[in-house]
Design a protein around this ligand. Structure first.
Ligand SMILES: [Zn+2]
Ligand SMILES: [Zn+2]
Length: 397
């Protein structure tokens, strides 16, 4: 419980860090100023760190009395969005905003690092702090950092991520077991027919009519061909085609997204889409190009690590402040890439204000957090890391 006391003392610093990062939101892979600040904060608390070459990522290392390593990951990027809050530390980078709480994630991981550093030789293992660029833009920063060896030297044995949750009051944390977010893939389709005069459609092949049939038919993949117990979404978000009222359109372009929960569905859905597309086109004599772009896979939390984290947080924050949500989100997180390599879990940190009634969603231009969440998140992360290392140390004794 020393951690709780220390985190209370640390609170003003964490708030100051979060605000100073909130002011300077930067786009994915361009987190230069953010990187500079993180290095500055790490240096201030004497945590050895290095920049990851070719990226804006940073890795900090806290040595303990054993060699097992747990990583704590924070994402660094902001969204292209005009902030509409009246906060005194509102975004100074026009067109960008920390509307997904990544400013808070960085402050929380820095805070956890600071708390663990305080333990000195009492820390029963090693902690790696990972500050990762570009969570918001697939292919994302996680994959790039893994490629550059972020999970090696020293080898990472487990990893914990964190995400703020406006659905949860500040002071609380939540966990979710198993697959907790969807795989998010995109697609691009071009349907090609033959142009002509609007008065004689039989002389052309109307790509707009083909596209209309295809879009309608496409929805039957989810409603008729996939089990109702599966979680699948197929959405078309963009359509473009045609020239003017009396011309038969020769091409139509479509763009959309596919969300799936299981690897099996992730493989099956694009194959069904291709089938529907080809069959629809051939029934009109049209042709099509289909491009499927894989984004982030589903985040799958490790059962043992999640249970350990849950218990640690109950210990720390009390039973009533630790929730288990079975809610599954069709959103995506590139933490998935780490969790496929090593056991991983995510701690959802409640940020909803207990005072304000209106809470804005993630990615909303008026999104804000209750900053009391920062010390709670830092303590939760630090204590979970400690508990995990302690368990490993006991196991190897
Ligand atoms: Zn986001
Ligand atoms: Zn996010």
């Amino acid at each position: 419980m020393k951690l709780l006391r220390l985190s209370k003392q640390l609170e003003p610093t964490l708030i100051a860090i979060r605000r100073s990062l909130h002011e300077i939101p930067e786009p994915s892979f361009e987190e230069y100023e953010t990187q500079r600040k993180i290095c500055f904060f790490l240096k201030a608390v004497r945590i050895p760190h290095r920049r990851i070459p070719g990226t804006t990522g940073v890795v900090g290392i806290i040595e303990g009395s054993a060699k097992r390593t747990i990583a704590l990951r924070a994402d660094m990027d902001a969204l292209s969005l005009d902030e509409q809050t009246n906060l005194p530390f509102k975004s100074r980078n026009k067109g960008y905003m920390h509307a997904c709480g990544h400013d808070a994630h960085m402050a929380i991981v820095l805070g956890a690092g600071r708390l663990l550093k305080e333990l000195g030789k009492e820390l029963p293992g090693r902690v790696k702090l990972i500050f990762q660029p570009a969570e918001e833009s697939p292919p994302g920063g996680a994959l790039e950092l893994i490629r550059r060896g972020v999970l090696k030297k020293p080898k990472v044995d487990a990893i914990i991520g964190t995400h703020v949750s406006p659905a949860l009051a500040a002071g609380r944390v939540a966990f979710n077991h198993g697959a907790i977010s969807a795989a998010a893939d995109d697609f691009e389709i071009t349907i090609t027919g033959r142009g002509g005069h609007g008065s004689s459609p039989h002389k052309g092949i109307d790509a707009i009519v083909v596209a209309a049939y295809f879009i309608t038919q496409l929805q039957t993949i989810v409603s008729r061909r996939v089990s109702a117990l599966e979680n699948v979404v197929v959405s078309i978000g963009k359509i473009r085609g045609g020239y003017r009222d009396n011309i038969i359109a020769d091409t139509v372009e479509l763009e959309g997204t596919v969300r799936t929960r299981s690897d099996a569905m992730r493989k099956a859905v694009p194959a069904m889409m291709k089938q529907v597309l080809d069959a629809t086109c051939s029934s009109f004599g049209a042709s099509a190009r289909f491009e499927y772009i894989e984004g982030y896979p589903a985040v799958i939390c490790n059962e043992q690590l999640t249970t350990l984290a849950e218990e640690a947080c109950r210990d720390l924050l009390g039973e009533r402040n630790v929730l288990r949500t079975s809610e599954f989100e069709m959103g995506a997180e590139d933490f998935a890439h780490y969790a496929r390599k090593v056991p991983g879990t995510i701690i959802f940190v409640g940020v909803a204000s207990r005072r304000k009634r209106k809470v804005f969603e993630l990615h909303h231009p008026r999104f804000d957090i209750d900053e009391a969440a920062l010390r709670v998140g830092a303590a939760a992360l630090a204590y979970t890391a400690y508990k995990w290392l302690e368990q490993c140390a006991e196991g190897s004794r």
